[in-house]
Design a protein around this ligand. Structure first.
Ligand SMILES: [Zn+2]
Length: 480
C-alpha cells in the first residue's frame, strides 16, 4: 500500500487516485536563469514520484509548467506583487528581450532535464500561452465576489475564503500578527494580505489586454489555470518545493476552489530545500551551482541525480562537492556491478536460496518506497543485493542464471531510480574493440606514441584500457 505525505493533512495518507489515471501537476521553473541544483532537487523528486507511480502500475498524466511571465524578485513578499520583475531584470542583464530570455532558458532546462534522465512530462504549458484562460477565471472570481477591481489591478479578497491558511498555517489572524513576511503597503487593497490576480501596468514589457486594463497576470493564477486546463478541476497530486507552500500554493487553493466550488488538490507534496556547504543556497556567497557548473568540474549529471535520490525528499540534504564525488563513485559501481551481472559467466551451481533472497530484496525495496518514497532505505536493499552477489561470486556459489536474475533485478529497480543501468547490455562496441586490437599491434611493433594516442582517444570517450598479463582489458565508464 503506497503512502504519501500530504502537506495539507500533515501526515502520510494511503494513496488512492480519483480515476484510472493519476493526475499530477508540478510547479515548474521561472525561466529567467539556469535551474540551480536546489530546483533540480524538486524536479528529481517529481520525476521519482512519477516513476514510482508507474512502477506501481498506475498510469500517470504529468504536467509541468514554465513560468515565462515575470513575477517578482522579492519572493519573501507575501503577495508577490511588489518588487522587480525577474524576467525584466534578466533581460537587462543579458541585453536580450524578455521573450528571448524565456526561450533561451526553456531550452537550457530541457537539456538539463534530458541529462538528469527526467521522464518527459505529458504537457509543458507556458504561462504566456494561457492568458485567456487566466482572464476567464479572474472574471468569474470578480463576479462571485472573491475578487475586486481597482485602478492598479484585480485583487483576491482572502477574507472571503474561509479555508485560507489551511495548507501553510498562515491564517489571516496569524498574518496580521506578522507571519509570512513583510508586506509593502498598497492603498488599493482592502486587506494587505490580498494578492494580485491581474496587475495593471501598461509599461510592463510582457503585457496583454484585459477587461481591467493592459498588464499581466499574478503568478499564482498561472498554475491554477494551467492545472485546470490540462488535468481538470480536481487533481490527485500537486508538487513543489517547501517555499511554494506559502504564498503560492495557498493562493492557488483559494482561487481554484472559489472558482470551481470543488476540491483542487487531493495530495499536496513538497520537497525540502537543498543546502550547500551547510548554508542556504545563494549566488552572493558563491554557494550556488547549476548543472553546467558541475559538468564543468567534470561531474556526470547522473552523480547529481543519485546524490539527490540518496536522501529522503522531505529531509534536509547538504550538498558538498565531496559528497557529489562519493555519489559519482557509487553510481559507477552500480553500473560496473550491473555490467558484471550481465556479462560474467561463473561456474557455480544455481542457488535457489539466492533467488529467493533477491525476491525478498525486491519486496523490501517496494516496502520502503511505499513508505512515502523512502529512497535511503530502498537503496540500502539494493546495496544488500550488490554486496551479497559480490560475496557469492567470489565464493563461486552463483550460476549464470543467478546473475541473469541479478541483472533483471537491477534493471527493474532502475525503472524507479532512473540511472539508465540497462545501458550496460550495449557492452563494448566493436569499433572500440578494434581500436584496442590496433593499439596492441602498435605497441608490439614499438610504435608507442601512436598506441598512446589511441589510448587517450578512447579514454576521452569513456573507455579505459588496462594492460594485464593476459592482454588488454577494456573498461567502460558508463557515465560518459
Ligand atoms: Zn506553481
Amino acid at each position: 500500500m503506497l503512502k504519501l505525505f500530504d502537506t495539507m493533512s500533515k501526515k502520510k495518507r494511503v494513496f488512492r487516485p480519483l480515476g484510472k489515471t493519476v493526475k499530477m501537476y508540478n510547479c515548474g521553473l521561472t525561466v529567467y536563469n539556469f535551474a540551480h541544483i536546489g530546483n533540480l532537487r524538486a524536479y528529481t523528486f517529481a520525476d521519482l514520484l512519477r516513476r514510482y507511480l508507474q512502477y506501481r502500475g498506475y498510469r500517470v498524466k504529468q504536467v509541468m509548467n514554465f513560468t515565462d511571465v515575470g513575477h517578482m524578485t522579492e519572493d519573501e513578499v507575501i503577495s508577490s506583487d511588489v518588487g522587480e520583475d525577474k524576467m525584466e531584470v534578466a533581460a537587462k542583464r543579458e541585453r536580450k528581450t524578455v521573450w528571448d530570455i524565456a526561450e533561451f532558458y526553456i531550452k537550457a532546462f530541457l537539456e538539463d532535464s534530458r541529462k538528469m534522465n527526467f521522464l518527459e512530462p505529458h504537457v509543458r504549458p507556458r504561462a504566456t500561452q494561457h492568458i485567456p484562460e487566466m482572464i476567464r477565471i479572474i472574471k468569474s472570481l470578480v463576479k462571485k465576489g472573491y475578487a475586486y477591481v481597482t485602478p492598479s489591478g484585480v485583487y483576491y479578497d482572502v477574507s472571503r475564503f474561509k479555508r485560507y491558511g489551511r495548507l501553510s498555517g498562515n491564517t489571516i489572524e496569524k498574518l496580521k500578527a506578522g507571519a509570512g513576511g513583510r508586506v509593502k503597503f498598497n492603498p488599493d487593497k482592502k486587506n494587505q494580505f490580498d494578492f494580485a490576480l491581474w496587475i495593471v501596468d501598461p509599461n510592463h514589457i510582457m503585457k496583454w489586454d484585459s477587461p481591467w486594463g493592459t498588464g499581466y497576470p499574478g503568478w499564482h493564477i498561472e498554475c491554477s489555470a494551467m492545472s485546470m486546463k490540462y488535468l481538470g478541476k480536481t487533481i490527485d497530486i500537486h508538487t513543489g518545493a517547501v517555499d511554494n507552500i506559502f504564498p503560492h500554493h495557498e493562493c492557488e487553493i483559494a482561487q481554484s476552489e472559489a472558482y470551481t466550488g470543488k476540491k483542487f488538490v487531493r495530495y499536496w507534496m513538497h520537497c525540502r530545500h537543498l543546502m550547500v556547504d551547510g548554508q542556504k543556497m545563494a549566488k552572493s556567497s558563491g554557494k550556488f551551482y547549476t548543472l553546467r557548473d558541475l559538468e564543468e568540474k567534470g561531474f556526470s549529471p547522473l552523480a547529481l541525480r543519485f546524490f539527490l535520490l540518496s536522501a529522503h525528499y522531505r529531509s534536509e540534504l547538504n550538498f558538498t562537492l565531496g559528497a557529489l564525488k562519493t555519489a559519482e563513485k557509487t553510481v559507477k559501481n552500480l553500473f560496473d556491478f550491473t555490467f558484471r551481472a550481465f556479462s560474467l559467466d561463473p561456474k557455480g551451481r544455481y542457488s535457489r536460496e539466492f533467488s529467493s533472497f533477491l525476491k525478498r530484496a525486491r519486496a523490501e525495496f517496494v516496502r520502503h518506497m511505499d513508505d512515502d518514497l523512502d529512497t535511503p532505505k530502498a537503496l540500502a536493499s539494493v546495496f544488500d543485493v550488490v554486496n551479497e552477489t559480490n560475496r557469492l561470486i567470489e565464493l563461486g556459489k552463483l550460476s549464470r542464471r543467478n546473475l541473469r536474475e541479478v541483472f533483471r533485478f537491477m534493471v527493474d529497480i532502475d525503472r524507479v531510480l532512473g540511472l539508465g543501468l540497462a545501458r550496460v547490455a550495449e557492452g563494448i562496441p566493436k569499433s572500440v574493440k578494434r581500436l584496442v586490437e590496433k593499439r596492441e599491434k602498435l605497441r608490439k611493433s614499438g610504435k608507442f606514441d601512436e598506441a598512446d594516442r589511441i589510448r587517450k582517444d578512447l579514454a576521452e570517450r569513456g573507455y579505459e584500457i588496462e594492460d594485464t598479463p593476459d592482454g588488454p582489458v577494456v573498461k567502460r565508464n558508463w557515465l560518459k
